[in-house]
Design a protein around this ligand. Sequence first.
Ligand SMILES: [Zn+2]
Length: 115
Amino acid sequence: MRWSADPASGTAAAPQELPPCTSCGKGRLARDRVRTALWHGRRLVVVEDIPALVCDRCGERFYDDDTALALDRMRGAGFPPQRALHHLEVPVFAFEPARGPGGSATGDGGGNAPE
Ligand SMILES: [Zn+2]
């Protein structure tokens, strides 16, 4: 009689080979814990420690159905502030449109062309 050290050895349903990234098609996915920021109405909330598959090439994240469902449920619960781990102060910026090149170049037009 041998002891089985692995409590989950009964079900070998987890596939070893992870599918390739469907976003870039070339990256390999690795299991990781990620953090995401999402808008809930006018509030911005951050959810940490989300299990995800992250592409090592393009950085795209994929959540499995259970995780997506859990996030949906959290959103449905309205992210009650008393359940927050802590609060962040988030700086907000106005978009600054890019200026054209040489915007401040003012030639004096003297017409003094050296020969
Ligand atoms: Zn990718």
